[in-house]
Design a protein around this ligand. Sequence first.
Ligand code: SAH
Length: 216
Amino acid sequence: MLDSYRHKGLRKKLVETIRAKGIIDENVLNAIEKVPRHWFMDSSFLEFAYEDRAFPISAGQTISQPYTVAVMTELLQIRKNDKVLEIGTGSGYQACILSAMGAKVYTIERQKSLHEKAKIFLPSIGYSTIKQFYGDGYKGLPTYGPFDKIIVTCGAPHIPTALIEQLKIGGIMVIPVGEGGTQVMQTVERITDTNIEIKNHGYFRFVPMLEDRNEK
Ligand code: SAH
């Protein structure tokens, strides 16, 4: 796949835009500079790949806005070798950002067509260590947990209990919570076996987190 000097230049600019909006974690900014976002979009949208906005992918879904990806990734406080569960593989862009930061990534997608596309695409661009699953993110991946970090990339009506249970003590989950058009970005830190601490981090817009798998 092509990654020209022009694309690299546009990516540098995008990183400066995101930095100006308040992102300070250099590891996050480096990953955004490294991963060619235009590879994750349909060719007709190439020119939009480095604008700071969300974009439609297939199956009525979207690739999140780069700033939103940056905020969520920064809130996760990623350290090398962290075991991270992502709900909502979509294009696979967020999973690659986490992998580029040295995380061990597990990602679940409920839309079969998106899962099948990413399953072939991510290894083809060098991200073969990302483990991809077709399933319902509300259930998480009980046999692979617990995880250091969990990131939910769709708007959840509530915080799924199964996901809290799959978080290590001291682990962090970032999840946009709310039904309808707007969600509040929340971090859930698992303090002890029975205690969690929830914090709010502003308002964002996500496609909804839906129950069960979709066979199409
Ligand atoms: N992280 C993606 C963003 C995709 S948008 C990226 O970087 O491109 C959110 C995705 O969550 C959609 O693909 C949607 O199909 C998926 N999704 C919604 N509900 C889900 C669920 N219960 N389990 C797994 N994935 C879900």
